[in-house]
Design a protein around this ligand. Structure first.
Ligand code: OGA
Ligand code: NI
Length: 262
C-alpha cells in the first residue's frame, strides 16, 4: 500500500513530457492520464487534481500500457484489491440479508477501475476544490489515502472531515449502483476533497461495477430483499442498465432519485 502511494507520486512528479505520452480523454483507453478528469461533465465544476486511471474490464491489463514507474506495483495492487473485493462482496451480501454469493452471482462488481489521484498544492484553495462533491456511481470503492487530510463526507447539511486513515487502513465506500441493488439498505455517501495550500496529497481509488458484457444487463432491487420472509417491501427503484445510469450521472450527478419508482 505504501509502495502504491509512492509510485502514484512518482508518476505524477515525472517531467510533463513523459506524462504527456499517457494523456487522453478517451475513456475507452485502458490506461490514461488526465488533469481535472470531470472537466467535460456538465454536472461537475473543475477539480484541482490530476489522475492516472487504469481500466481493467474483465481481468487482464496489458503490461506494456502501464507506465514503467508504477508497472510492477500497480499490477500487484490491482490483483490484491480484486481479492479484497471478492471477500467484501461476500460480507456485504451477508450483511444485506442475501445469500453469501449473491453479489458475485449477479456480476455487478466484475470490472475494476483504478484512479491514482494527485492533488497539487493550490495557491488559492478557497476559490476551488480538489474533488467536487459527488457520490461514487458504481457498486463499491476501495480507497487508499496518504497521511494528508482533505476528504470530507456529507452528514445532512454539514461537511465532516474524515479522520486521517491509520497507516495500513482503507476506506470502503458504497456506490449508487449498490444502493439501488440493495433497495436502500446500503447508502452511498456524498463526499468531496478540499484543496490545500501547502500539501500535496495522493490517493488511490478502486471502483468496481458490472463488466462490459453486462453493461446493458438490467439491474434493480434484489428480489430477495423486496419479498423477504413474506413481508412485502416495495422496491424503491426501477430496473436500469449501467450505461443509462452512468449517462445520467455524467450530466446530472447522483442518478438515484431519477430512477425512483414514485
Ligand atoms: C473518488 C474520490 C477521494 C480521494 O476518486 O471518487 O472520491 O480521497 N476520491 O481522492
Ligand atoms: Ni468518490
Amino acid at each position: 500500500m505504501e509502495e502504491m502511494l509512492a509510485s502514484t507520486r512518482r508518476f505524477h512528479e515525472l517531467p510533463r513530457e513523459e506524462k504527456m505520452a499517457f494523456y487522453s480523454r478517451d475513456v475507452t483507453r485502458p490506461v490514461r492520464y488526465v488533469s481535472n478528469g470531470r472537466l467535460l461533465d456538465r454536472a461537475a465544476p473543475a477539480d484541482w487534481r490530476d489522475t492516472l486511471a487504469f481500466h481493467v474490464p474483465d481481468g487482464g491489463l496489458d503490461q506494456q500500457s502501464v507506465p514503467p514507474v508504477c508497472r510492477e506495483v500497480a499490477t500487484e495492487y490491482l490483483k490484491q484489491t480484486l481479492k479484497l473485493k471478492n471477500k467484501l462482496a461476500e460480507l456485504l451480501s451477508d450483511a444485506a440479508g442475501l445469500n453469501r454469493d449473491h453479489l458475485s452471482t449477479i456480476k455487478c462488481m466484475e470490472s475494476q477501475t483504478m484512479a491514482c489521484h494527485y492533488y497539487p498544492p493550490c495557491p488559492q484553495p478557497h476559490l476551488t476544490i480538489g474533488s467536487s462533491k459527488h457520490t461514487d456511481p458504481f457498486c463499491l470503492t476501495i480507497l487508499l489515502q496518504d497521511h494528508n487530510q482533505g476528504l470530507q463526507v456529507r452528514n445532512h447539511d454539514r461537511w465532516v472531515d474524515m479522520p486521517k486513515s491509520a497507516q495500513g487502513a482503507l476506506v470502503v465506500n458504497v456506490g449508487d449502483f449498490l444502493q439501488l441493488i440493495t433497495n436502500d439498505k446500503f447508502k452511498s455517501v456524498e463526499h468531496r476533497v478540499v484543496a490545500q495550500s501547502s500539501t500535496t496529497r495522493s490517493s488511490v481509488a478502486c471502483f468496481f461495477g458490472p463488466g462490459s458484457e453486462n453493461k446493458y444487463r438490467l439491474y434493480g432491487p434484489a428480489k430477495e430483499l423486496v419479498l423477504l420472509g413474506g413481508d412485502h417491501v416495495e422496491p424503491v427503484y426501477r430496473e436500469v442498465h449501467l450505461v443509462e445510469f452512468l449517462d445520467y450521472f455524467k450530466s446530472n450527478g447522483s442518478p438515484l432519485s431519477h430512477f425512483k419508482l414514485s
